[in-house]
Design a protein around this ligand. Structure first.
Ligand code: KG4
Ligand code: ZN
Length: 348
């Protein structure tokens, strides 16, 4: 693309949020609309793919319209459409991808498929610019970056915008998934992260000595499914076959705080190890779990100890949003061609 796009429309439908955003000059968030489906999935304690897909169909056009309206930008003024095409739920991804392709044809403007995880990392740079901390073009590299969400937990060495080398990732559940599953065990609401955080505020993080899975393993991988099982066994006592143990209400804060501390300990330790091995001029952390208060405090302490800047977006840019998709698309188009109309959605 010869001229850089002035207005980029971002579209995000990879999981249970239908989102659209307009970005100006790759750095100014003119609008960022998110329609959440939380209420639809709440009674199931997790995202139901068929329900998510149907809800995206209903929400996608109104959400795109709202994004244009709030930005005061006409559809015809959009220069580029950026859309999440991987990873995510296949049915959900296809709704956004189809919307992007249709717009691209109707407006005769290019579209690019964007990797959702890369967009979470990019959200750290976008937020830093938005907060007037550092111009996005001067965002420091290299950095150690962590994406920690409901679907993903991965550590990266970031060498430039979009130049992200994966150091390791979870071998089973993502950290957010563990929060959601443990919240369900504790009869807390969905999504589990905010509910566990709230319960943990009145608990003692040292009350239960839950395991710190893979904390000492000499790599950058994670594992969180055993931690959920450890909580289950703790609740069930001697009876390890009981999948639905009683949860005395007065025990919930201590269990929530101890579980949260275990997850945070592992995440902090792996970041610390990466910092000791790789050059880094900063720490970037994105994804829904980056909204966690305890984690944010521990990250802030770590950054102080290491004397490095910490780039962690506000909560609206930590959880799924389309501003990060538009932002990633702006850089992606500079290093490659527009995506073809037969581009596939890739679930994993
Ligand atoms: O990034 P995100 O919106 O969607 C994915 O790409 O997965 O992350 C959602 C995840 C959920 O698992 C949710 O429980 C978790 O982020 N989460 C939190 C908090 N807020 C959201 N986890 C811990 N503490 C929070 N405050
Ligand atoms: Zn996400």
């Amino acid at each position: 693309m010869k001229n850089l796009p002035k207005y980029v429309l971002g579209i995000e439908t990879s999981c249970d949020e239908t989102a659209a955003a307009i970005l100006e000059n790759g750095n100014k968030i003119r609008s960022s609309i998110v329609a959440s489906q939380t209420e639809l999935h709440e009674e199931y304690g997790g995202v139901v793919p068929e329900i998510a897909c149907r809800a995206h169909v209903e929400a996608i056009l109104p959400v795109m319209e709202s994004a244009c309206e709030e930005a005061n930008v006409e559809l015809e003024e959009i220069d580029l459409v950026g859309v999440t095409h991987t990873p995510g739920l296949i049915g959900s991804l296809l709704i956004g991808l189809q919307a992007a392709k249709s717009l691209s044809v109707a407006l005769s403007k290019p579209f690019v498929g964007v990797d959702h995880i890369q967009a979470h990392l990019h959200s750290c740079a976008l937020a830093a610019h938005d907060e007037d901390r550092v111009d996005i073009e001067d965002f420091p590299f290299p950095q150690v970056g962590l994406v920690v969400s409901g679907g993903h937990t991965g550590l990266y060495h970031m060498n430039g915008h979009g130049s992200y080398e994966k150091l390791g990732s979870t071998i089973d559940d993502a950290a957010g998934e563990a929060f959601d599953k443990v919240a369900s065990l504790l009869n807390l609401s969905y999504p589990g992260g905010p509910a566990i955080q709230e319960a943990a505020e009145n608990g003692n993080p040292e009350a239960v000595d839950f395991p710190r899975p893979m904390i000492d393993s000499p790599n950058y991988n994670f594992s969180f499914s055993g931690l959920k099982t450890a909580v289950l066994y703790h609740l069930g006592g001697q009876d390890q076959t009981n999948r639905n143990p009683d949860v005395p209400e007065e025990k919930v804060p201590d269990i929530a705080a101890s579980f949260q501390e275990s997850v945070v300990d592992v995440l902090i330790t792996k970041i610390q190890r990466a910092l000791s091995e790789f050059d880094a001029e900063g720490i970037s952390v994105g994804g829904g779990v980056a909204a966690n208060k305890r984690f944010r405090n521990r990250l802030s302490d770590l950054a102080d100890d290491e004397d490095l800047p910490l780039f962690i977006p506000p909560i609206s840019l930590c959880t799924d949003n389309a501003a990060m998709i538009a932002g990633r698309a702006y850089y992606r188009i500079q290093t490659g061609s527009p995506s073809p109309l037969n581009m596939d959605a890739i679930p994993t």
